[in-house]
Design a protein around this ligand. Sequence first.
Ligand code: ZN
Ligand code: CU
Length: 482
Amino acid sequence: MIETLFAGAMLYDGSGDTPFLADVTIRGGVIASVRPAADRLPASAIDVRGLALAPGFIDAHTHDDLVAITAPTMLPKITQGVTTVVVGNCGISAGAGRAAADALPDPMILLGAPGDFAYERFADYAAAVEAAQPATNIVALVGHTALRARHLDRLDRDASAGERAAMRADLAEALADGAFGFSTGLAYATAASASTEEVMDIAEALRGTGALYCTHLRSEGAAILPAIDEAAAIARHAAAPLVVSHLKCAGADQYGRSGEILGRLEQAARTQAVGCDCYPYTASSSTLDLRQVVPETPILITWSDAEPAQAGRMLADIAADWGVPRRAAAARLQPAGAVYHCMAEADVDRILAHALTMVGSDGLPCDPRPHPRLWGSFPRVIAHYVRERGLLSLPEAIRKMTGLPADRFGLTDRGYVRAGRAADLVLFDPERIADRASYDDPVQPAAGIVGVWVNGVATLDANGATGARGGRLLRRNDTLQH
Ligand code: ZN
Ligand code: CU
């Protein structure tokens, strides 16, 4: 078996500890050895002196369910050094049955076109990912809204006992087939009518498995504290670790509440397993939601099925052109996508820096003008929050992208550069690494990523993506047996 030796890298091993100069060998897709750098460079070594070596980044929050199959090179991820993505977030997933494909419930449209939802069962989705061989590893959650679309005739009501049992059975089957947990998107109209009891009844399938409950909270605004309490109660009921998705203070009336919100999370974390993810930007993005059209939030329209020519313009300008209020203009644009400038920098800082927080891009891979988080989140944390502003140390920032999510999701064979772990690695120039995607020019690969290996497969080098695809569908049960 071919052995590759990286010699003299500054190693950030994923633990958050102080980096050290190391020689790292990989063999057969696995890290074979990690040693302090030898004084002399061995002849066969790849000289990586002056560069940083880290575990491949784990994107704790994505909507890459279908692009993993339809665009398996996963360029927005690989070019950032991401080697594993968690899919199935916010209650929407492709792996929970072929949801009524002609009437895809919002926000399932974020994942792909109706015809792409071809998977009747989680096992079918898993098989399709394996056949597609994406460039990154895939960790899949099962979405509550997807289950509701499969089992309910209408989504503006609570599920019956029989429907809950059917959804719980689907979830249990998916967990047995390798899913890592259950996600909800209770803020969306298609799940908002689900009671806490409905979610608890379904989540019972998690009990005793170690799988997670991940949630886009019922409210990210004024009612966020009760929403955190609800999430914690559901996770306790299911005896499941909790991940609060894209934690934020959304809306001008919420600015400054991050301390209070993190305090509530810390309080829960004293008695149960709790974490959260966050993307490093002050704007959010999703489908266009009329309830979020408020005067204090500037809104960029990223796409519109009804008015495609308006994509890339500010809602206020569109409304002015049409001579109508912003909300009326928004209604006319539907269905549409939007970027909402709805957060304060100080809140993003506090949440991102918090010990419970992992980095998750929440990137929207099908958006023609995506929020820049799709292509920029991971380099941006290092460039902006570590190097320019010193909000985090580099070892800490890397831990939030590697060891912490690996621990949280139970990826016992990834997330750290240690002998025996999978050879998912990223090599980068710590002085040059930077996000280049912006709101105006969002489809831009990052700078400063020098090499990416996924299960030992060289997926990106100095010339860019190699075209090789070494990712796997990870199965929770396999990982735990490791
Ligand atoms: Zn969400
Ligand atoms: Cu999301």
